[in-house]
Design a protein around this ligand. Structure first.
Ligand code: ATP
Ligand code: MG
Length: 370
């Protein structure tokens, strides 16, 4: 394996070339500079699996760190979300008071801190330090020092309802009511609109500014694939590049995967030809199935799955009225599932009344399942 491969097909790691997301990055930057009155000061990023949500949280965190802010970075898929944030806030308070430099405290760092702080914060006076009071104290201290705090929460769709409520109450109070410098960026799968956000108690999160991470367009995809090759002193033929652009559908994780395997196929020459791109695409297929297609499938309902199976009969894009016929349902009924499957990242609109699979490898895989 060539150790100079410029592509990174790993979840949560920033790509060699972050293509097509300048607009979102500029929004964080402006909001952090302007302060709590800016609408983008509390923001929710949504996108399908592998669209680059975690990477955008990293970008927001880097933006904040560059401004000298403190950062708390947690994932809602971990246990005790609010406790973790509280512990991180207490640690930041201690470090700020001790004059230590700003840094990011993530879920991983908090694990080690948890026990000590939990004990300390509940002994003595018997008062339990909660999320809101710890974040308020920290934001007040940072405001006096003319700096701020960014809280990022990944995998928001996995938040327990009680935790989400506690979090919403705290952020709303601090950033919106008290206008203290606590910025918030959350990331979630699009299904959050139908689950957590559909709840009436979730007004705060419903009203956060939104950024939806769509597939990259052709030019952006081309840049994401060609620039890393060029920077690594490699070459990619025009037809090879076109094949990769087409095959990726602008999906960021797939871009990294195709780029990675094409580069491996080219070997020490670092010259990617059409032959290498084709072989790379074949090589990518299994990883795509394991890391994207199967996880999507396992999150779907029985009816969602029947919809996809009905689509897999077609050799190219499917017409929605034909799918309705095959399922023996009305077109209106089927529309509902169309929306859900788009949000799940399984399918995409393909022009009037038509749909296509987001990941082309889903069709042969579905056929092989029957
Ligand atoms: N704008 C981009 N241009 C090129 N590659 C990107 C871009 N954004 C993300 N990637 C790459 O895509 C892959 C997936 O990114 P990331 O882990 O952030 O996705 P995600 O949306 O958080 O996925 P999941 O929902 O599974 O957590 C990574 O390898 C990353 O480097
Ligand atoms: Mg992620």
């Amino acid at each position: 394996m060539a150790d100079n491969n410029p592509f990174l097909p790993t979840f949560g790691t920033s790509p060699p070339m972050l293509a097509g997301r300048d607009g979102v990055v500029a929004r964080f930057h402006r909001a952090f500079e302007r302060g709590p009155a800016h609408p983008d000061y509390t923001m929710l990023i949504s996108g399908v699996r592998g669209s680059g949500k975690t990477v955008m949280l990293n970008e927001a965190e880097d933006t904040a760190l560059n401004l000298g802010w403190r950062v708390i970075s947690v994932s809602a898929s971990a246990r005790d979300l609010c406790r973790q944030i509280t512990n991180a806030a207490l640690e930041h308070l201690r470090e700020t008071e001790a004059g230590k430099p700003s840094r990011r405290i993530s879920s991983m760092n908090v694990m080690g801190l948890g026990v000590a702080w939990t004990q300390q914060s509940t002994t003595g006076t018997g008062i339990t330090v909660d999320l809101r009071s710890s974040l308020t104290s920290l934001a007040e201290l940072l405001a006096r020092k003319d700096t701020g705090l960014l809280l990022t929460v990944d995998e928001m769709q996995a938040t327990e309802r009680d935790e989400a409520t506690e979090l919403a109450v705290a952020i709303q109070h601090i950033a919106r009511r008290e206008m203290l410098p606590l910025a918030f960026v959350g990331a979630a799968l699009p299904e959050i609109d139908e689950t957590l956000l559909a709840d009436r108690g979730m007004t705060f999160f419903q009203r956060c500014a939104r950024a939806r991470l769509l597939p990259l367009n052709q030019d952006e995809t081309q840049t994401a694939l060609a620039l890393p090759v060029e920077r690594a002193k490699g070459r990619i033929d025009h037809d090879a590049l076109r094949l990769n652009v087409e095959a990726s559908g602008g999906h960021p994780f797939t871009i990294q995967l195709l780029g990675y395997h094409s580069w491996e196929m080219a070997g020490p020459d670092r010259h990617i030809t059409l032959k290498h791109a084709r072989a790379g695409a074949l090589e990518s297929e299994q990883a795509l199935l394991d890391q994207i297609v199967k996880p999507i499938w396992s999150s779907l309902s029985a009816m969602d799955r029947m919809f996809l199976q009905a689509m897999s009969i077609d050799d190219t894009d499917s017409e929605i009225h034909r799918i309705a016929e095959r399922l023996g349902r009305s077109p209106n009924y089927v529309q509902n599932y169309r929306r859900r499957l788009i949000d799940a990242g399984a399918i995409e609109p393909a022009g009037r009344g038509k749909l296509r699979f987001t990941h082309q490898s889903m069709r042969p895989w579905l056929r092989s399942q029957q």
